[in-house]
Design a protein around this ligand. Structure first.
Ligand SMILES: NC(=O)c1ccc[n+]([C@@H]2O[C@H](COP(=O)([O-])OP(=O)(O)OC[C@H]3O[C@@H](n4cnc5c(N)ncnc54)[C@H](O)[C@@H]3O)[C@@H](O)[C@H]2O)c1
Length: 257
């Protein structure tokens, strides 16, 4: 497979790159990130099947830039993993228009720009796009109003693409991680109390790891998911189904006979 991966310098994107490289030396990878040093570390560890492109996903040119770099390294595109994202926390009443534009540009618009630039190549290969959304896309999240709403927009963007591009044979899906231990969240989860509190809400009893999400992305990219499009797979250890236990269950009334 010939695959573009954004956010490949760290966390989930890095794990996708390493997992694909471990799966087959035949895969060709274009790794992209704004972090040049981090990208070089990942690419050097993988070897010549990977090349890099330093790009800022907040730029309106990022899609064309990344696809052009990919086509210098590989003779087509079978997969796009649009994974990079940023998080910024504060109540909505305190946020600014500048931050709104920045978060939506990276978390939502960049996927469309990259998908649009890759479209003719994906149509030729009958390829797949997988975007990393979030459990926050469907669960309003205290202090993360721009993040959660930008990820909700990403979910619908991908469903829309699945409808528009199904006729081209292009599959478009998302994964939605729950709490996952990566450099993005590490500082918070290295606090033992916070980690224990979060893990107590996850039926499987532990935070997700980058590999848990990467494995699901690899499945959605692969021919094994050849008839799967327009869906979102939660990778949250069951957390999103764990709301009602907080009520104590039942109605508080005795069952009527
Ligand atoms: N870690 C979690 O708990 C969690 C939960 C839900 C969703 N996610 C999502 O998973 C994805 C990957 O997150 P992660 O946890 O691996 O985080 P991470 O911070 O480890 O990796 C994100 C990567 O994206 C890159 N990036 C950020 N802004 C960029 C820009 N403007 N241009 C180019 N590259 C940029 C960063 O340099 C970094 O390498 C994100 O979309 C995130 O929102 C993470």
């Amino acid at each position: 497979m010939r695959v573009i991966i954004t956010g490949a310098a760290s966390g989930i994107g890095r794990s996708v790159a390493e997992s694909l490289a471990a799966e087959s030396s035949e895969h060709k990878l274009l790794l992209t990130d704004r972090d040049a040093d981090g990208l070089a570390v990942v690419a050097n560890a993988i070897g010549s099947s990977a090349t890099t492109c330093v790009a800022d996903l907040s730029s309106a040119e990022c899609g064309d830039q990344i696809v052009a770099a990919a086509l210098k390294h590989m003779d087509g595109i079978d997969g796009v993993v649009s994974n990079a994202g940023i998080i910024a926390g504060a109540p909505l009443v305190e946020q600014t228009a500048e931050l709104f534009d920045k978060i939506y540009a990276i978390n939502t618009r960049a996927t469309w720009l990259l998908a649009k630039a890759a479209h003719p190549h994906l149509a030729k290969s009958r390829g797949a796009i997988v975007a990393t959304a979030s459990m926050s896309a469907t669960q309003p999240t205290p202090g993360l109003g721009f993040y959660s709403s930008s990820k909700a927009a990403l979910l619908m963007l991908m469903k829309q693409l699945s409808l528009e591009w199904g006729g081209d044979g292009i599959r478009c899906n998302t994964v939605s991680p729950g709490p996952t231990y990566t450099p993005m969240t590490q500082a918070g989860y290295d606090d033992a109390d916070r980690r224990a509190q979060r893990e107590s809400m996850i039926p499987l009893g532990k935070l997700g790891m980058a590999e848990d999400v990467a494995n699901t992305i690899l499945f959605l990219l692969s021919p094994k998911a050849g008839h799967v499009t327009g869906i979102d797979i939660l990778v949250d250890g069951g957390m999103s189904n764990n709301l009602m236990p907080a009520t104590g269950g039942g109605t508080g009334q005795k069952a009527s006979k």
